[in-house]
Design a protein around this ligand. Structure first.
Ligand SMILES: [Zn+2]
Ligand SMILES: [Zn+2]
Length: 153
């Protein structure tokens, strides 16, 4: 059933999945495209909870079940096609799979990608082998910092 013309982006997606032993099903495609859309809107801010992915992917593919979305997200993360950011709050899936760190706003819980390469470079220069790093900076995003805090909070 090829109702859509195949684009190079689709081919890239199919190849990428095949390279990880996964088939490019309509479900996985719909789920991954949610991240592609989010990354297009704001590449450094494409961090979605499974529930958010479910709500958005269902617009494209109404027959998607929550279980299918949750399973597919797990597969894509396991294959290294999506990053994982653990809570507080719901675990987020990250469209950016290159090594990076995060800033979390404590009001809106939004994550922002940040680069802290200098820390790792400094450690490497001192002979440390950094194998993984997950730095979480927390505070207020510009939007929340500009908003007056609610009375009594
Ligand atoms: Zn915020
Ligand atoms: Zn990220």
């Amino acid at each position: 059933m090829a109702s859509h013309s195949t684009t190079t982006a689709d081919l890239g997606f199919a190849q990428m999945l095949r390279a990880h032993g996964l088939r490019a099903t309509a479900q996985r495609r719909a789920i991954y495209s949610v991240f592609a859309d989010a990354a297009r809107a704001d590449a450094s801010n494409a961090h979605l909870s499974a529930e958010e992915v479910f709500q958005q992917a269902r617009v494209q593919l109404p027959e998607l079940s929550r279980a299918t979305v949750y399973n597919a997200l797990g597969e894509l993360a396991e294959a290294g096609l999506l990053g994982l950011v653990e809570g507080p709050g719901p675990r987020r899936f990250d469209a950016n799979v290159s090594a990076h760190h995060h800033f979390r706003c404590r009001i809106c819980q939004e994550l922002q990608d940040v680069e802290l390469d200098s820390v790792e470079v400094t450690l490497r220069e001192r002979g440390f082998q950094v194998e993984s790093s997950h730095v979480m900076l927390e505070g207020l995003c510009p939007g929340c910092a500009a908003r007056p805090s609610p009375a009594g909070a």
